[in-house]
Design a protein around this ligand. Sequence first.
Ligand SMILES: NC(=O)c1ccc[n+]([C@@H]2O[C@H](COP(=O)([O-])OP(=O)(O)OC[C@H]3O[C@@H](n4cnc5c(N)ncnc54)[C@H](O)[C@@H]3O)[C@@H](O)[C@H]2O)c1
Length: 273
Amino acid sequence: MSEVLVVIGAGGMGEAIVRRLGAGRQVVLADFDERILDRVTAALDGDGYRVHPWKVDVSQRDSVAALAGQASELGSVTAVAHTAGLSPVQASTAAILAVDMVGVAFVLDEFAKVVAPGGAGVVIASMAGTFATGHVPAEVEAALATTAAEELIDLPFLAGPGLADPGAAYSIAKRANQVRVQAASLAWGRRGARVNSISPGVISTVMGRRELAGESGAGMRAMVEASGTGRLGTAGDIAAAAAFLLGPDASFITGTDLLVDGGVVAATRHGGS
Ligand SMILES: NC(=O)c1ccc[n+]([C@@H]2O[C@H](COP(=O)([O-])OP(=O)(O)OC[C@H]3O[C@@H](n4cnc5c(N)ncnc54)[C@H](O)[C@@H]3O)[C@@H](O)[C@H]2O)c1
């Protein structure tokens, strides 16, 4: 039976993950934007990958379930990388919560039903979620981790005035990703599979460059310059982390988050010491 790699989100990180892990596998590449999907599929096909493009809207459970069903018909779903998302300069609070928070919950639910024993998943969260750690009350984190996906959006905390700003909504959505993956590792474990999140720092993809050009850009550049690496990340840096977490060297790692931020969080917390 063929091994299937599912990559959701055909943007910078999604394409890099296919290039790193897709050789010799059937690749299901899914995105909301058909132009991006067509362009990236054509480039990957030309380079020898066997790519099955699929249109998905991760904010709709039926759409994610159809994607999971299609992937499992192709073969054994041994690796799932969820990279689809919206950033604060691109979208409203409502869209960010629907795609970045609820969408991740749908992907974790639906792929827990089809992932192969021995398989693994990664969800791309963000260092914004790591920065939110300690600022979200424990009972809210518990609710974000386990409330049914359809009911997440009705949590009273999310209706507060603090989330009117898309940047604040993004931070909460990404913190939700981290704790949701922790909780989901139990269901994935019952299938003999693992799931983890990766929290990138500032990565030079289309999304990252848009954020750098936006109103928070100067602050982000300053944080990067002060970090231990002093550089922006590349999509390849994230693909390398995904390869580790999806591969056999990580067979004892599940339900955790890997911060891949070039040292930005460390410098922010300890830069003055
Ligand atoms: N680039 C960065 O600096 C950075 C930093 C931290 C976290 N992240 C996170 O990494 C992930 C990948 O980011 P990227 O840099 O590759 O971004 P990208 O913009 O290059 O790719 C994201 C893709 O998601 C797709 N998408 C958006 N809404 C969708 C929906 N409803 N259904 C399906 N697909 C949808 C977009 O069409 C796009 O192709 C995102 O979750 C992002 O929040 C990015």
